[in-house]
Design a protein around this ligand. Sequence first.
Ligand code: NFE
Ligand code: MG
Length: 567
Amino acid sequence: MATRITVDPITRIEGHLRIDVEVDNGRVTKAWSSGQMWRGIEKILVGRDPLEAWTYTQRFCGVCTTVHAITSVRAVENALGMEVPVNAQLIRNIIQTAHAIQDHIVHFYHLSAVDWVDVVSALKADPRAAAQLAESLSDWSLNGVHEMTAVQNRLKKFVESGQLGPFATGFWGHPEMKLPPEVNLMAVAHYLQALEVQNYCNKIVAILGGKSPHIQNVAVGGVSNSISHDAPSVLNMERLMFIKGFMDKLEKFIHSVYMVDVPAVGAFYLDWTKVGGGVINYLSVPDCPQDSKGTIFDLPGGYIKGGDLSTFKPIKAHGDKYFQEGVAESSKHAWYHGDKTLHPWEGETEPNYNDFNEDGQYSWIKAPTFYGERAEVGPLANVLVSVAAGHEPAKRHLNTAINTLKSVGRLQDVPLEALNSTIGRHAARAVRCAVMMDTLKDQWHALVNNIGTGDLETFNPPTMPKGEVRGFGFHEAPRGALSHWVVIEKGKIKNYQAVVPSTWNAGPRAENGDPGPYEMSLLDTPVADPEKPLEVLRTVHSFDPCIACAIHMVDTEKREIVKVKAL
Ligand code: NFE
Ligand code: MG
C-alpha cells in the first residue's frame, strides 16, 4: 500500500515549501511541490516608475538580495535601449560574483551538509585521526589536531547543554548517514570555519554596494559609485585592495576546503549519483557583461535538451531573441486566475487560492517552460552548459572535483552523467563556486585596468520614452537563470513579471501535466523510514530552494517543523 508523506514546511531553505510524496515499496512514485505563500510584488509594481523598480524587486528575497536589483535595472535598460558604462558593468559583476560565492558556501555548509554529516557522531571521532585525514586531503591551515580537538570540545559543550541550536532538528543517527566519525568531525570544523569565511563576501558586496544584504548602489544606466584617483571617500585603489584581501582568503577556502569536502563526502554516498536526476533539460543564461552594450560575456549560457550536450544552443547577448521567445509560464496548477501558458510580457498574476488539489491547483509557484519544455536551472545546468560551450575554467574545475572523487572513492572512472543527480548538484555548485572565484578575480583586474586607462564613468542618465516599450534582463543567479520582464507605458510600469530560478525548479505541473524539476527528481527516490524522510530532504535541498523568490512573498506564521502524515 502506498504511504503519503507531507513535509511542511521543508526547513533549512529560504521560504515556505511543502513537499508531498507517495511512497510504494520503499520508493517515491508520485511527488508534488507546493509554494505556500504569496505577496504579489509584481502587482505592487504596476503603475510605478520603472527607474525605481529595482528597490522593490530586491525585496523579493533576503537571500539572493543583489540579483533582483541588478536584473531589474538590466530589464529597464533593455526596454530603454540603453548602454551601461564598462565600469558599472564590472562593479555589478564583482558584487554579483561575490554574492554567488557567499550563497554557495552557505548552502553547502550551513543549509545542506547536515543531510549527509551526522554532527552528533563527530563526538565519537578520534581528533588525531580526523586531522590526519583532513591533512591528507588538503593543505588548509585549520585542519590540524588542535583545531579538531577544539571543535570536538566545543561540540561536546553544545550537546551537553541540551541546546543544540542550529543542530537541533537533524536526523542524527539515521541509518542513511554513512560518514565515519572522523569525516563528520572534519565537516563540522569546516561548517564553523565557513561561517566566518562567507562573511568576506558580504564585506565585498557592502564596500561596493553600500550595504549587504540589499545593495544601494545600482541605478538604471549604471551604478552610483564615484571613482577617483585621489578623493578618499569614493571608490579608489585603496578600497579595491581591501577587497582583494578578502578575495585571496576566499580563494584559499574554496580550493582547499569546499572543492575538497564535496567530493570527499560524496565518495561515501556514491549511490546518490544515481538518484535525483530530474527533468534533464538544462537552461542557463550568460553573465558578466564586459562591454557597454552587453554583447560580450565572461560566462556562457544556453540550453541543453534531454541531457545531451550535443543539443546545446547558445544564448548570446542581452536582448537575445532565442531566450526571449522561449520563456513562458503556466498557472494551470497554481493558485491564479486563468490557465493559459503566457509569455511574461503578457503574464498575469491574479491570486485565486483554493486549497491543495493535487490534480488541480496546489501551489503559489507558476510553472515556467522553455519552448514548451520543463527545464532545470542552477549550478548543475550552468556547469553542463559551460562544458557544452567549451568554457575552460568550468572544465578545469570539474576535472579537479572528479579527480578528488576518484582518488577518495578509489574509482576508475566517473561519467559526466553522474552529475544528473542529487550529489551531482552539490558537486556542480562547488565547481560553479570555483569558476565564480576565477571570474571575481577577472572582473576585479578588468576594473582596475579600465580605471587605469582614465575611464571614470559609472552612469549614463536614462531618458523615458512616451510610448509603450518592452524589455527584459537576465542574470545567472546562485540558483540559476533569472529573468525580469517589463512593459512600460507613458513612463510607468504596465506589467512586470519575474521568472525566477526557484520558479523554474519548484514549479508545479505545467499546462500539459509535465511535472517540474523538484517533482521529477523525487521520483524513484528510496525512502527507508517514512517517519524520517531524510532522502526526500536530500534531493529537495540539493536544488537550494528559495520560495520567497519563486513567488515573491513573505510569511509571518509559525508552524510545525515537519509534519509527516502516514496514510
Ligand atoms: Ni531568493 Fe534567488 C537565487 C533568485 S531564487 S534566492 O539565486 O533570483 O531561486
Ligand atoms: Mg513571477
